[in-house]
Design a protein around this ligand. Structure first.
Ligand code: HOZ
Length: 427
């Protein structure tokens, strides 16, 4: 496959941008070779600057549940831009998006819009600390909540891809108040709380881990966390940046019927433009400035173009049958991949919740970050390249997620399964 234009674009970008990319995993360094520079996307596919087309399961890392360049999003954003791109003053569009979110997500009574998932988690934790008057937080090994200093300890996504235990540039003091425990292990949470009585402001987690591949919660785990945190006055924060409006319209909390105190959103709610949000119970949210004394602000927060893309996306997702369609698309793909590994006698763990999925090359059942770390990343590297060369674009890291969208056709999925079967037979 010809990729010389991407290679020279990457050589040039490295002169001006660290690693030639604006987010580390994109530069392919853990799968080798060079990244493909994308020229355009349409529906289920992306096209690189050498003219190669790929069936895309990265989907901009999750937001593009309607596919690339959906005509309704393109038209809505273009109409909004003709009215002005930013005002730094309130618009009724922001209230419209906030109302949709509050009506959709069971635990959110009030919501503040920001520009990214990182801003959402950072602001939610500041708020939990302000609300409780406590400093310490519990995070889960392998959960990734953006590049907030004190949340990079034992984080997933790029931190796991590059094999780092945390990040340079974070003073030890900043991370001193972050206590980490394994996923799917309520006993570890109890022990940590017992060792730090009345000191823990919040427990933050991805209810379905989506930055170490996909790791679902064990039955009852989220409910147990709900009970434990409630007993101790600890704010339970679900980071639904990936899962919000993805696994169900009301996110993982409605999928598993558990009500956190606060929720962080991003990705899908921006329809491919930069939006994040954090929201929750009214008495917590009223601590945010200007109602309360917990400060958080942003010049481009509630940006009219991003909010328009979000409203258009969420309105489309509220139509009947949408999540059933996603389930059908994703289960057909996952079943095909599973058959391919079985037929070829390859040790694999296929993990999927709704339209999020990941294939780990391991004989283990992956239930936490340590389980994910047993995966054979060299085999994943070969799988990734085999697929890319066959015109299928999956995450260039074992420690990310795959996303199926509403526009992946049956033909896309059978082409993918056929390509994957061939690649797997040669592993
Ligand atoms: N951390 C993001 C997904 N989990 C990756 C973002 C990107 O590289 O664009």
């Amino acid at each position: 496959m010809e990729s010389s234009k991407s290679l020279s674009a990457w050589q040039k970008s490295q002169q001006y941008i660290p690693g030639g990319v604006n987010s580390p995993v994109r530069n392919f360094s853990k799968v080798g070779g060079h990244p493909r520079f994308i020229e355009r996307g349409s529906g289920s596919k992306v096209y690189d600057i050498d003219g190669n087309g790929y069936i895309d399961y990265v989907a901009s890392w999750g937001p593009l549940i309607l596919g690339h360049a959906h005509p309704e999003i393109v038209n809505a954003v273009s109409a909004a831009s003709s009215h002005g791109t930013s005002f730094g003053a309130p618009t009724t569009l922001e209230t419209e998006l906030a109302e949709i979110i509050v009506n959709a997500v069971p635990s959110i009574e009030k919501v503040r819009l920001v520009n990214s998932g990182t801003e959402a988690t950072m602001s939610a934790i500041r708020l939990a600390r302000g609300y409780t008057g406590r400093d310490k937080i519990i995070k889960i090994d392998g959960c990734y909540h953006g590049h907030v200093d004190y949340l990079l300890a034992k984080a997933g996504s790029g931190v796991a891809t590059f094999g780092l235990s945390d990040s340079g540039g974070v003073p030890e003091d900043f991370a001193r108040n972050t206590l980490t425990v394994p996923f799917n292990n309520p006993e570890a949470v109890k022990a940590t709380i017992d060792a730090n009585p009345d000191e823990i402001a919040c427990l933050i987690l991805e209810p379905i881990m989506g930055n170490m591949g996909i790791i679902p919660p064990r039955e009852g785990y989220l409910n147990e966390l709900r009970e434990i945190t409630e007993q101790h006055g600890i704010v339970l924060i679900f980071d639904e940046v990936i899962t919000g409006f993805r696994v169900a319209y009301g996110g993982a909390q409605s999928y598993y019927d558990v009500t956190p105190d606060m929720t962080c959103l991003g990705k899908v709610i921006g329809g491919g433009l930069p939006v994040g949000a954090y929201g929750g119970k009214r008495d917590i949210m009223q601590c945010v400035a200007p109602e309360g004394d917990v400060y958080q602000a942003g010049t481009l927060s509630g940006n009219p173009l991003a909010v328009t893309a979000g409203i258009t996306t969420l309105n489309k997702l509220s139509a009947p049958g949408v999540y059933e369609q996603l389930e059908t698309n994703a289960s057909t793909l996952a079943d095909g991949l599973s058959e391919a590994t079985q037929k070829n006698g390859i040790d694999a763990w296929h993990s999927r919740v709704g339209s999020m999925l990941m294939l780990y090359f391991t004989p283990e059942t992956v239930t936490d970050a340590d389980g994910a770390r047993t995966a054979d990343t060299e085999r994943y590297r070969k799988y990734f390249w085999g697929l890319l060369e066959s015109g299928v674009y999956v995450a260039p890291s074992q420690f990310e997620a795959g996303f199926v969208s509403l526009v992946h056709s049956q033909e896309d999925i059978s082409t993918t399964v056929q390509a994957a079967s061939e690649v797997i037979s040669k592993l």
